[in-house]
Design a protein around this ligand. Sequence first.
Ligand code: NAI
Length: 287
Amino acid sequence: MAGVEDRVIAVTGAGGGLGREYALLLARSGAKVVVNDLGGARDGTGSGSAMADAVVAEITGAGGQAVADYHSVATEEGGAGVVRTALEAFGRIDGVVSNAGILRDVAFHKMTHEQWDAVIQVHLHGTYHVVRAAWPHFREQGRGRVVVATSNTGLYGNFGQANYGAAKLGMVGLINTLAIEGRKYDILANAVAPQAATRMTEDIAPPELLAKLPAAHVAPIVGHLLTDECADSGTVVVVGGGLCTRVQLYESKGVTFADVPTIEQVGERWAEITDMSGAVAAVNRVG
Ligand code: NAI
């Protein structure tokens, strides 16, 4: 794979699952990889260095370059720490893959503030903390790559995952604006919605389905989004089991009211407003 050689890329949550696959492929392709992982359980409890260390050992054992980082992305200090590790080990930062994640699944009516907050902190704030720390370096060097891990739960919803879905679509909102603000500095920001068999999905999807979704399928897409050749920004790509598609907003033809309508007039034309036949790719006309 051309385009990531000698690039310094921080992958958060790279001690297992998808992040590990990203780190291994990037290192095999010549990148210098910061393998960040807090090393805790799926729900975010606990911590340890073993997960990140094992991936670094795998990479360096195969002749690649990697350094371990154990910061939690959920704090400002942790996000800054990930970028500092890249600068100390390799002297620069070229890309961030914001992949670290946890689950605290529960039906919304039972969801506590703690369950809501823990998930938002890791996924949404964690992405902010790491990307925010890397951003000045990207601007200064006139190049940067951001890939965030969104999810079908953010795009479509999923029972028991209100916290996770809100965080995941928040990350799409973030890359939409980063794509705009980064454009003139050759900073690209894209999102991948993976579908893969990992500890996160092991008891959520049926085994027959998971058998068709090896995490390795997702890594080349993330790799492409980190290359010099990639010119797209603000895109959302769904990847799993060999299928790779782009998801985009579409807008109905809609209805124009010449005067402020009554509630009843809105009701009368509701079917027309929401009719998606003839819908077109949505563009922002208002700002
Ligand atoms: P995973 O649980 O194997 O990986 C997540 C990693 O993040 C773990 O190694 C964990 O230790 C690390 N982590 C958790 N909190 C952290 C923190 N505060 N700081 C640093 N590291 C932390 O799960 P998987 O499936 O590999 O997920 C990777 C990403 O992809 C997640 O963001 C997940 O939400 C997303 N995703 C995965 C899907 C799938 O099908 N596996 C579906 C949609 C999204």
